[in-house]
Structure formats: C-alpha cells, structure tokens
Design a protein around this ligand. Sequence first.
Ligand SMILES: NC(=O)C1=CN([C@@H]2O[C@H](COP(=O)(O)OP(=O)(O)OC[C@H]3O[C@@H](n4cnc5c(N)ncnc54)[C@H](O)[C@@H]3O)[C@@H](O)[C@H]2O)C=CC1
Ligand SMILES: O=C(O)C(=O)COP(=O)(O)O
Length: 598
Amino acid sequence: MVTTSSLNLVFTPTKPTSLSWKHSFPSPFTTANCTRRQNRKAYRFVVFATVLADPKPTVLVAEKLGKAGLELLKTFANVDCSYNLSPEELCTKISLCDALIVRSGTKVTREVFERSGGRLKVVGRAGVGIDNVDLSAATEHGCLVVNAPTANTIAAAEHGIALLTAMARNIAQADASIKAGKWQRSKYIGVSLVGKTLAVIGFGKVGSEVARRAKGLGMHVIAHDPYAPADRARAIGVDLLTFEEAISIADFISLHMPLTPATSKIFNDQAFSRMKKGVRIVNVARGGVIDEEALVRALDSGIVAQAALDVFTEEPPPKDSRLVLHENVTVTPHLGASTTEAQEGVAIEVAEAVIGALRGELAATAVNAPMVPAEVLTELAPFVTLSEKLGRLAVQLVAGGSGVQSVKVTYASARGPDDLDTRLLRAMITKGLIEPITSVFINLVNADFTAKQRGLRITEERFLLDGSPENPLEFIQVQIANVESKFATAISDSGEIKVEGRVKDRKPHLTKVGSFSVDVSMEGSLILCRQVDQPGMIGSVGNILGEENINVSFMSVGRIAPRKQAVMIIGVDKEPNKEALKKIGEIPAIEEFVFLKL
Ligand SMILES: NC(=O)C1=CN([C@@H]2O[C@H](COP(=O)(O)OP(=O)(O)OC[C@H]3O[C@@H](n4cnc5c(N)ncnc54)[C@H](O)[C@@H]3O)[C@@H](O)[C@H]2O)C=CC1
Ligand SMILES: O=C(O)C(=O)COP(=O)(O)O
C-alpha cells in the first residue's frame, strides 16, 4: 500500500492565486463613472503570461476612436493616436506596441503580426466586421483579437433603413438635381414600401433590427440565415427561408451577413438571374458579398432597379467605378456605424476589452479564443494554475532526446462533461508542457495551434466520480507516453510519465508522481528523490541545503512500505548549486534525484 506523510519545515507564504498576469498594470476601473462597467458581468480568462518591461503598455490607435474610449485607454496605457499610417509605417510602429486598435480602414495583415516581434498582444476592432484582420496570423502569433460587436448595431440598422427609404424615394438623386438648379418632380417618382416584401439576408444583430423596423414601415419581412434560430425569427414575425426562396420573392433585399469565404460574391450573376425584375438592394454589410460587376450588369438590364450601397469591395472605390456612378445607385462612404452614439459606444467597448486583455482578462468579445464566463473562471482559477504546473513538471521529467508527442490528460470530476469546460485547462497544460522547452510564448489563443504545429497530440479523458459535484474537479492527471524519464520513479506501472495534482485550500498540490502518492504544494522549485526509506534522510538533505543557505519550504515523503522504496519531495526557495546537488546525489540511500522548476 502506498502511504503518504508530509512535513512542512519552513512555511513560505504564497501569493494568492491570480489569473491576471504577473505584471502589475493598475485597474482602469477606479473612477466613479466606471463602476457600472466594473460591475458588469464580464467574461474573463487568462491570456498572456508575459511580464511587460514598461510598466505601462503602449496602445496604437490607428483610426479615429471616440473620446470616451481614448480617455479610458489613457488611464491605463500610453496611447499613440497615429491615423492614416501606410502599411509600411504600421509595420514599423507595431514592434513598439502591445495593442493595436483599428476600425475597418486598416488592414491588419500577417506582416503586421510578424513585424511586431511578439510584442503585439491584442488587436481591438472598434466595430463588428473583422474581415480586415488576418485572424489565422493573429492566432499563430498568440495575439488575441477582440471586437466591439454590440455598440453599433442600431446605427447600422438605422443606416440600412435610411438607405432603403432614401433609395425608394430617390432622395440622393433628387437632392443632387435640385442643387444643380433643376426641378424634376416627375423624374423622381418613387416606390412605396408598405405591403412590399423585404428579404433580410443575415438575420443577426443588425439584420433582426432592420427587420423589426421594416415591419414598422408596414413591410412583409422574410429572412435567410442558415444559422439563425427559427424561434428568434418567429418572435419578430419573420419567416426564415432558403436563399433561393428569399431572393426570388423579394421586392427589396437587405444584406446583413459577414464577409466570409462562404458569402464572398454570393450575389453574382446567377443570384441576380433568380430575382424578381425590378428588385431593389441595400448593402450595409460588406462590399465583397456582391460581385460588383455582376450588379452593374443586373442594373443595366433592369433586373435590379436600384441599389443603395454603404460598403464596397475596395474602399474607397475607384473614382471611375461604374457601380458608384450608376444613376440608379445611391452610395455612402461606409457610414453604417458612424453616429456619435455608436462611435462612443464602440470606443468604450473596445477599450474595455483591450485593457482587460492586457491585464490578463478578457471581455466577452474574443474573436479567436474560447471564452469562459466569469463565474466559471473563479471556480476554475486554482485548477488553471495546477494545470500549468503539472504540464511544466511533467515535461521536465522527460529525458533529453525522448521527443514528447503524446500526452493524455485525465480530469477526475463528479460533474458531467457539459458542466466542465476544460479548454482553458488544456491550454494551460499545453503552456506548461511547451514553454519550458522552447522560446515560444503560449497562451489560450495559440495553445492548440502550437501543440498541433509541434506534433504534440493531447488527448483528454474524463473520469466520472460518484458523489457531489461541488468541486469542479477532484484531480488532474498528466501522462506522457513513449518517453524515457530522467527520474525513473515518475514512470507509472503502465509505462508513462505520470503526475497528478489536486487543489487544496485553492492551492495546487502535487499528489502523485509515477505510482507514488505524495502531497506537496506546487510552488518554487522541487527536488524529487527516490531513496530507501530509513531514518535521517530528511535531515541529511536538509543539512546540505542549509549549508548552502537554501530555504526548504516543505517536504513530503511517499513510500510503498516502511524501509522500502520512498519518494521524497523537497520544496526549495532557490536553485541549489551544482555542488549541493552533487552532495545530495552522493547520499548513499538516494537512488536517483531530479531538480525541477515550477
Ligand atoms: N456598414 C457598417 O458600417 C456596418 C457593417 N456591419 C456589418 O454588418 C454585418 C452584420 O453585423 P451583425 O449583425 O452585427 O453581425 P451578426 O454576427 O450579429 O450577424 C451576422 C449574421 O449573418 C449570418 N450569416 C452567416 N453566414 C451567412 C450566410 N451565408 N447567409 C446568410 N446569413 C449568414 C449569421 O448567422 C449571423 O446571424 C457584418 O458584416 C458587419 O461587419 C456592422 C456594423 C456596421
Ligand atoms: O462594425 C463594422 O463592421 C463596420 O463596418 C463599421 O466600420 P467602421 O468602424 O465604421 O470602419
């Protein structure tokens, strides 16, 4: 039977477990008018574990941002507002920045991430569409991308309705004509909206607000959105139809989907050929969802009677663009989000998200990382620390040249799989496994990507325990298969390096090494020894460390049986020098030992 005894020789108080990174950026949420935001239920999780050299991070604001957002940023960071940078100027500046804030006018390309030299930690998009940010490159570089998805919804919807009504009544054309000295009342006879069918393509935040408003104008509204829940549409009195059905029965079509490979040029010759002759189209989404040349053809042939466009494939569009100059086309220069209210809103939304991310927290607007709700995170916090330390410990037990390829993580919990989100834990185990052996910086954003790139296969297993699921987890076990260990004792009976940990008093504890049960708090550095169990062992090692003035923070001995093999784990405040380690190795009863940094 394996028994455990544990002995705390010198108690070293530990810092409370903190999920924010080790840098000490002050909280920006200290002024009275920010308390509402502070109290708002935010989603938070660990993103970065770097210590930034400058006490204040630098945020590059590359496009005009609302004043309230800038003020908020300035409470926390050095803010560099440099608008209209050329791509080369952006790439040059970026290596000096921890965060970048953009709107739709800046292309955040792979080169931007490459040239940042790893310093860029977060890109904030002060708006919804993130098609101007190379998300794959961001993820590969461990750079978080956040957006401001809610604050401009109403502005975009109102602009959609403004374009719809302006188009139907020829407002822009009539305005231009009267300013040119003409009075053409019969030329600008419009069409009525009441009773007409409007197809909303993309029934998300903006699309559903457009639908609501169009119903108020007496229109019959239908929608197409492959991912929208039918009950949400029903609640607004909108029928969800297929793309073909929706575009073929509509008198008006309003576009509100994101630009993705699937939606790129979805409005092409074929789509236009299915529409009712004389259909009218509004686009406040992205220019790229329309094949603009096909739209010109459809306008020329009369299939499309009118179009009202806020967005273009290329922005600004070429001065001689046939589409823009077409007499049946009304255009605005990407003004959907441009209201005073929306700009203040997105500025605050994005500033909060960027500050949160730089502080090691994250608002609910991460685009390239999973989100963990605040209450779940509070519960998981000590397990997050445990996960990273288990990974860090396990990989240091691997003998050089073994090549870690296959890692199995077992989560023992009384909770069902739906009640336990392990993405954060897996990311932190990955971080612990990879960071000690490379110069790669790992966070929740790039953990899975980096593991995959390095050929590291991490499988997860749940071990369902009986009993009350009060604690999210009972223990976590990390096993590395097909490797040699520099501490043979760490190899379990089934042949893998195995370490297991639990959380006690919200602190991570190592509770198993190989087949030996132990119990040590996982902090500082550890010396793991295998010896023949006999009196005086703790004293012998303690004396050697004492001579070197090394504080021992705790000790734990796990043994198979009295006077048989035992594992002794000693926590030390600093790394013993080579001489001291050699002396420990020379204690006759010690069969093997290893020094590990947590
Ligand atoms: N012109 C402007 O200034 C503004 C433009 N926008 C753009 O409007 C669009 C919508 O924004 P939100 O409503 O906030 O986003 P959202 O994410 O709430 O809604 C987008 C909807 O499109 C749907 N969708 C995805 N693929 C689709 C497909 N193939 N066909 C039909 N629907 C599809 C999604 O299921 C989702 O419901 C985005 O492209 C955004 O960038 C948003 C704000 C301002
Ligand atoms: O939020 C969006 O998706 C928009 O298109 C708004 O773009 P903007 O921030 O005005 O450049």
